[in-house]
Ligand binder design. Structure first.
Ligand code: MF3
Ligand code: CO
Length: 304
């Protein structure tokens, strides 16, 4: 008899993780193109067009478009907007702005989801520090995506990293999430909390880890458009996200662009290079790894 029922977390086979990697690379290439396109004068709706074109030309589908009637393929959140900003023709980027771009794609039924925050032209050093602190906290969380640890170890690592970087507002209303045959799955991945708690991490799990912080307080509000989340005190915000698989070989960052290096990842001890997608997602043989809570449906996973 089970005394306490944990919500089911989808477990992927190595072949399925490899397919998630393919989806993740579509997202990675799209975000790289968008980072390239960010400059003063660009409208956030133009970034959205670039994203939709990149995603579809890879044979994938934008996961955000139509999700709860969301009207675009990316979220573009500028300055005091934290997440879920809707791209618009009226919003043109200006030098000194900061922008978070969040992007998701479905390839062969498997999801990738990632976000970056970047400056537009030259930015305030304090804004750059905000971006760096947010990115560092994401990598600190990713470094804990290791079989045998617990979900709370990720949450705690994110929080400790943010606290160690400065006096930032750490948003609590929005979390990361499990991901695989759907964009948002169990479990919610909080960006704060005690270590050593929550479900045990098993090889074959995939998580989107996505801290959001501000230069001010942690209170956020949703605008009347029903989507855009802003900081209540108007302080500028940052948001970073990667889709990560727990493998026998450690965290595999599925949405990190193949061949790219990252000093921030290295500082957190996360290895990005030297992965072979065909062999990397080895399933462990430890007893706890065999206690998979729920297998992904459909053999090699053909979910639309
Ligand atoms: N990608 C976001 C997340 O990280 C969700 C975007 S909401 C949507 O969870 F409606 F735009 F899809
Ligand atoms: Co996400």
């Amino acid at each position: 008899m089970r005394l306490r029922r944990e919500p089911a977390i989808e477990i992927k086979t190595p072949a399925q993780i490899a397919r998630m990697y393919a989806a993740g690379q579509v997202v990675a290439r799209t975000l790289a193109a968008l980072a390239d396109a960010v400059r003063p004068g660009v409208a956030t709706a133009e970034l959205d067009s670039i994203a939709e074109r990149e995603i579809r030309s890879a044979g994938a589908v934008p996961s955000f478009l139509g999700y709860f009637d969301y009207p675009a393929s990316i979220c573009a959140s500028v300055n005091q907007q934290v997440v879920h900003g809707i791209p618009s023709h009226g919003q043109r980027l200006r030098a000194g702005d900061i922008i978070s771009i969040d992007c998701g794609a479905i390839l062969d039924g498997w999801h990738g989801d990632a976000a970056i925050s970047v400056g537009v032209g030259e930015i305030d050093p304090a804004d750059q520090a905000l971006l760096d602190a947010c990115e560092a906290s994401m990598w600190a969380g990713i470094a804990q995506a290791v079989a045998g640890r617990r979900l709370g170890d990720i949450s705690n690592a994110v929080e400790r990293s943010v606290r160690g970087s400065g006096d930032y507002g750490l948003i609590r209303e929005y979390t990361g999430h499990g991901i695989g045959t759907e964009m948002h799955m169990e479990p919610a991945v909080r960006n704060y909390g005690p270590p050593g708690q929550g479900p045990r991490l098993l090889t074959g799990m995939a998580l989107a880890i996505e801290p959001m912080i501000t230069r001010g307080g942690r209170e956020v509000a949703e605008l009347e458009d029903g989507w855009t989340v802003v900081s209540v005190d108007g302080s500028r915000a940052a948001h970073f996200e990667h889709t990560v698989a727990v493998t026998a070989d450690g965290p595999w960052v599925l949405t990190a662009l193949e061949g790219a290096t990252s000093a921030a990842a290295e500082r957190a001890g996360v290895r990005l290079s030297g992965r072979d997608p065909r062999t990397s997602a080895t399933v462990g043989t430890r007893a706890e790894d065999r206690l998979a809570t729920r297998a992904a449906p459909g053999g090699d996973g053909d979910v639309g």
